[in-house]
Design a protein around this ligand. Structure first.
Ligand code: COI
Length: 355
């Protein structure tokens, strides 16, 4: 990745070598944006193909007031991370799966998509160019945010005539304010995240603003986040605002099947495989909300969230409590996942990409 390093040399202050860390309070990272040095931008041609992209300084981008993304929300985002190894090197985790998911989402949103190689290459270049922002081991990760946007002008409802693929990054710590503290979820049976035939199964930008109302209401009532139910029968578990959900009963771990309204998470998929390797039976199926009463454990998974234990769920004014902490299934799965992601545990699956 000569392009990345030559740009770094061109842009970075002379006092900054490749190996140094940015001047940050690494012990207190949360999940807020800390802007880094570089972003990667690639634009589509008139024919809709993506051509050579480039790293540039992280900065505001010019956008037509009638861009498809601004007017009709024609856009997708992804989330992936770069991890710092003990020896200072960097790892990515299954970035090809994010590329494939963007491809599938682009088809749903009538957009051209970067190829898998273009996507993974852009993520690598962004991580390498922002290396000094990748937190030290144990302090956090570099969250990498690829965006695919309709940036050409449209007035009527139609696909945009031009697209931009952009990747930026921010160092992050825990997603939830309470750090590793178990979540207290609220089941909202009024607001829904997705509906049949909608775009809930892809990472459409437009899936996220509508949940803000439900999240705000739950937070005002003292909950960490919202667990959504299906919008037709209001009876089956779907997911939490920014992550997938799993329930544990004995040796069986269940998670809602990806039926079009559930986001097929990269962490979800990885945790299913890790749990199976550890001898659990994993079921991807329809889960009635009533099953929450009998579950031993509940946990959430996501790139941002990683694996977050759920301490309680409140549904129709009843609070159900779950096992968390030492010896819990979620803790075992978390340790294995993070161990692989940071090369503390040998990656026998070929999930990590050294950069
Ligand atoms: C991720 O886990 O990468 C997500 O997309 C969550 C995001 C909404 C913060």
């Amino acid at each position: 990745f000569r392009a990345a390093s030559s740009l770094q040399q061109a842009y970075q202050p002379s006092t900054c070598s490749d190996d140094e860390y940015a001047d940050l309070d690494w012990d207190n990272l949360g999940f807020g944006l800390l802007s880094t040095d570089f972003m990667y931008i690639m634009k589509s041609s008139k024919e809709g193909n993506f051509e050579q992209g480039n790293l540039s300084r992280y900065e505001n981008i010019p956008l037509s007031p009638s861009a498809g993304i601004l007017n009709y929300g024609q856009g997708l985002f992804e989330g992936t991370k770069a991890y710092r190894k003990e020896n200072g090197g960097l790892l990515l985790f299954r970035p090809d799966l994010n590329a494939i998911r963007m491809n599938i989402g682009a088809e749903r949103m009538c957009m051209p998509s970067p190829s898998i190689d273009q996507f993974v290459n852009a993520v690598k270049q962004t991580a390498i160019a922002n290396k000094r922002w990748v937190p030290p081991p144990g302090k956090g990760t570099l969250y990498i945010r690829p965006l695919l946007m309709g940036t050409g002008p449209v007035l009527g409802v139609a696909p945009s005539p031009e697209y931009t693929f952009l990747v930026y990054a921010s160092p992050v710590g825990n997603y939830f304010k309470g750090g590793f503290a178990p979540l207290n979820l609220y089941v909202d049976d009024e607001y829904h995240r997705a509906s049949r035939g909608g775009a809930g199964g892809v990472k459409a930008i437009s899936n996220y603003a509508p949940v803000l109302k439900a999240i705000t209401r739950a937070k005002n009532r003292g909950f960490s986040d919202v667990l959504y139910l299906d919008s037709v029968e209001k009876k089956y578990l779907e997911e939490v605002s920014s992550c997938n959900i799993f329930i544990v009963k004995g040796n069986v771990i269940s998670t809602p099947a990806t039926n079009g309204t559930i986001l097929p998470g990269v962490t979800r998929k990885s945790i299913i495989e890790i749990a199976q390797d550890q001898g659990y039976k994993v079921e991807e199926r329809v889960i009635p909300v009533d099953e929450l009463v009998n579950a031993d454990e509940v946990f959430c998974t996501g790139t941002a969230v990683v694996v977050a234990p759920v301490g309680s769920i409140t549904y129709q004014n009843k609070r159900i409590e779950y096992k968390t902490g030492g010896g819990s299934t979620s803790q075992k799965l978390y340790s294995t996942l993070v161990g692989i992601q940071t090369a503390v545990i040998e990656d026998k699956k070929g999930w990590t990409v050294e950069i």
